[in-house]
Design a protein around this ligand. Structure first.
Ligand code: BGC
Length: 769
């Protein structure tokens, strides 16, 4: 039961959110959870990872391919479809275990026949360019029915049209749509073929604009099942003819095997994924379901096949946020992959290596050295973030925002991600393959950005924007300074490691980057960079210089001042900018990431202070409040925030439109945040100074949480109950790993099982907030 997402009935108002909720994907292609008769008005999309396009002055965004699964039905001449005709019943479901989507609808035709339509589809996890769908139709009365199936070339674009010079092709049972992208003239080809179980009475091709369909008519016998399978390949490339030839041959090749054979190999891939990553919770069905769904969403967008791809902020659910990669990946999604699929984690961090040149260009553009990563990164690493990112709802004028120019913490996040990967896996190759260079370039960037205040004898980072985007261009944002310091620490550790183990690589890098002695200055900056610390009296860490002098208004009061529900609270004159209301976790995120640097009292004081002042205007916020709540012994608060983050794409309760602009889509950072809240928070698992430390804080009612994990290439299986921590180490492990629970530390030898008893962590929440 906890593997199936389902609903019955049809609510046209949920088409957009269901498109996200029922999405399929394989890291190369995202296919929205729309129905096969839907068109671009219903936001159908087959989004291609890593292929971007720009039209005129509009935003550059990912390309949606023509819809190869498009299918419509007719009873006689009457079109059947949930939007246009009567139906007796409708149900749809997503099986997370094998990533298949099913629909079952009974249409009531005007002629009196009941037409049952069943379809199942999947985006192959084995062959990343292949989509399959199997359909079954049954009529209750003898009579003619028609299936119109083919490729819908009228794709949904936000800032398109991206596909040009479309051609429809048909030969040897294949139909195809081929086109080129506007900007880079990249070929996009979709080819399709159908295997009918019972041959249709007649079959004709129909071409309309950039779409091509086959119209197949059957003389339906009451009660008989008519089924067919669609095989669809999506191929991109530099050359149109080559891409077409490839798409045709792959489709024909695929059609040599049955739907079931393809499903079998697809299921095997998913079986592996779940074996490596499924987290099981005993005692809380709702939490189990939401967490598993979050992991499902991460798996369907994970680039397993390329280190030149990362994960966009809205996954592959369409073109929102320009299909761009933000810090969301490193800070919110990477931990899940690190623990479960380090190969994917490696791809994600290598993406920053491949986009280093773009980051260097950006640093230079602003007059800095080193690497200033793109706030919104696409395939080259150049920044896709525009200077005027928000429209003022009152004047309808573009509003200057400083996400691109001032959110310098992005370079710290990128470096931190690479180092996290190295620390967790022990894989030094990532450093030698460009990771070390990227880290050093980030550190150089911070050095060149900083000011050394002689009178205070310290470095400062001025004119920055922290994670809380409502307060732009501030001085000494605690999070930014702390993470910059961490980056420089990482850079120093990188240099030390290279010098000791890879002297040649060390020399080469130093010669290449040390043109004006930046590297020599790093250690001084590391020691003397100012990081706001807890006030000795209150324990509060000021989010940035002067934050505490801003108006201390509560959230309901601030909200009561809102005149338009879509007005932006930040920017030049947003309501939050003169107040202490923050958009998302900022200081509290720092307390999570650098948890060993702060006392329990400081964490508690700051959680309590900032929680009621946080608007959670970003889906990145809740999980962090959950994590720190676990850390300070407030599991009830942690649970509340955990459920909020874990259900975001199930309930669809997030903003879908701002004005006419669609901003919906999936929320992979929140999905990754759900995993973090459960595993790093409730189970309390983490690697610390070479040992696996477990500090549980289970929510009320949970009898256990269990997960497989990989640390430094060792496979472990960890179970946490309210009284015990059980660690099983795989027999094939090549060495042992120290495990620490409370004060007790023991080695998990290969094949061993260790049980630790621990005092149940502090329950309840004595917190204000
Ligand atoms: C958040 C950013 C985030 C971006 C993409 C914004 O609303 O403030 O922190 O990176 O969305 O998810």
């Amino acid at each position: 039961m906890s593997w199936i997402v389902e609903e019955t009935g049809f609510d046209p108002g949920r088409i957009a959110t269901n498109g996200n909720k029922y999405m399929l994907g394989n890291g190369a292609i995202g296919y929205r959870g729309t129905l096969e008769e839907f068109e671009r008005e219903q936001l159908t999309a087959c989004t291609l990872a890593g292929l971007y396009d720009k039209v005129g002055d509009l935003w550059r965004e990912p390309v949606n391919a023509p819809n190869g699964l498009s299918t419509r039905y007719y009873s006689g001449d009457e079109p059947l479809g949930l939007l246009s005709s009567a139906y007796e019943s409708h149900g749809q479901s997503l099986n997370m275990r094998n990533a298949t989507f099913c629909r079952e609808t009974v249409f009531a035709s005007l002629g009196g026949s009941r037409v049952e339509v069943r379809s199942q589809r999947f985006v192959s996890m084995k062959r990343l360019d292949l989509l399959l769908m199997k359909m079954e139709l049954r009529v209750s009365e003898d009579g003619e029915f028609t299936v119109l199936t083919g490729i819908d070339g009228e794709v949904w674009d936000i800032n398109g049209p991206h596909l040009e010079d479309s051609e429809t092709v048909s030969a040897g049972g294949i139909v195809a749509v081929s086109a080129v992208t506007h900007e880079l003239r990249r070929a996009v080809v979709v080819a399709e073929t159908v295997r009918w179980e019972k041959a249709p009475q007649s079959e004709q091709l129909e071409r309309k604009g950039s779409s091509i369909y086959r119209r197949a008519t059957f003389l339906g016998k009451a009660g008989e099942t008519y089924s067919f399978t669609k095989y669809v390949s999506v191929v991109t490339g530099d050359d149109r003819q080559t891409a077409l030839a490839q798409a045709v041959s792959r489709t024909l090749g695929a059609a040599e095997s049955t739907y079931e054979d393809h499903l079998c190999e697809h299921e095997a891939e998913w079986e592996n994924k779940w074996e490596e990553s499924d987290v099981t919770i005993e005692g809380d069905e709702a939490a189990q379901f939401a967490l598993r769904y979050s992991l499902y969403q991460l798996h369907i967008i994970a680039p397993t096949h390329s280190e030149k791809l990362s994960i966009p902020a809205r996954g592959l659910s369409g073109q929102v946020y320009k299909g761009a990669v933000f810090w969301d990946t490193e800070m919110f999604m990477l931990p899940f992959f690190l623990y479960s699929q380090p190969d994917v984690a490696r791809n994600l961090v290598m993406y920053r290596v491949h986009t280093l040149e773009g980051a260097r260009r950006k640093a230079q553009e602003y007059g800095y050295r080193g690497a200033f990563y793109a706030w919104e990164s696409q395939e080259t690493g150049d920044d896709a973030c525009t200077l005027f990112n928000v429209t003022d709802v009152f004047t309808n004028r573009p509003m200057r925002t400083y996400f691109r120019d001032k959110q310098i913490h992005i370079s710290a996040d990128a470096a931190y991600g690479i180092w996290q990967y190295y620390e967790y896996t022990g894989d030094e190759s990532v450093l030698l393959d460009g990771g070390a260079e990227a880290i050093l370039e980030c550190a150089r960037f911070f050095y060149s950005y900083s000011y050394y205040k002689k009178e205070k004898m310290r470095y400062e980072l001025l004119d920055v924007t922290g994670p809380d985007e409502y307060h732009e261009r501030v001085g000494n944002n605690a999070f930014t300074n702390a993470m910059a310091k961490r980056t420089i620490g990482i850079a120093l550790a990188t240099l030390e490691l290279l010098e000791a183990k890879y002297p040649e690589a060390y020399r080469e890098l130093v010669d290449k980057l040390n043109d004006i002695d930046d590297l020599a200055a790093l250690s001084h900056m590391h020691d003397e960079l100012y990081v706001p610390s807890p006030d000795p009296r209150t324990g509060i860490i000021e989010q940035f210089d002067g934050y505490l002098k801003l108006e201390d208004v509560d959230l309901p009061t601030l909200k009561s001042r809102v005149l338009d529900k879509n007005e932006y609270l930040g920017g030049s004159s947003g309501l939050a900018t003169t107040t202490q209301i923050l958009k998302q976790a900022d200081v509290v995120l720092m307390l999570h990431l650098l948890k060993d640097d702060y006392s329990l009292e400081a964490k508690r004081a700051n959680w309590e202070y900032y929680e009621p002042r946080t608007e959670h205007g970003s889906s990145l916020s809740s999980c962090i409040y959950a994590l720190v709540a676990s850390d300070i012994g407030a599991p009830d608060w942690a649970y509340r925030y955990f459920m909020k983050t874990a259900t975001i794409d199930l309930t669809g309760e997030s903003k879908q439109y701002v004005g006419t602009l669609y901003i919906g889509g999936t929320h992979p950072a929140a999905n990754g945040g759900a995993w973090m809240a459960a595993v790093l928070g409730f189970a309390g698992v983490r690697l610390h100074r070479g040992a696996l430390v477990v500090k549980p804080a289970l929510p009320q009612g949970w009898s256990s949480i269990s997960l497989p994990m990989r640390v430094k290439d060792q496979r472990l299986f960890v179970t946490v109950t309210p009284t015990e921590v059980i660690v099983r180490a795989a027999a094939a492990n090549r060495s042992s790993l120290p495990i620490r629970v409370g004060e007790e530390e023991r080695e998990a030898e290969p094949g061993s099982e260790l049980t630790f008893r621990y005092g149940s962590s502090e329950r309840g929440d004595g917190l204000a907030g």
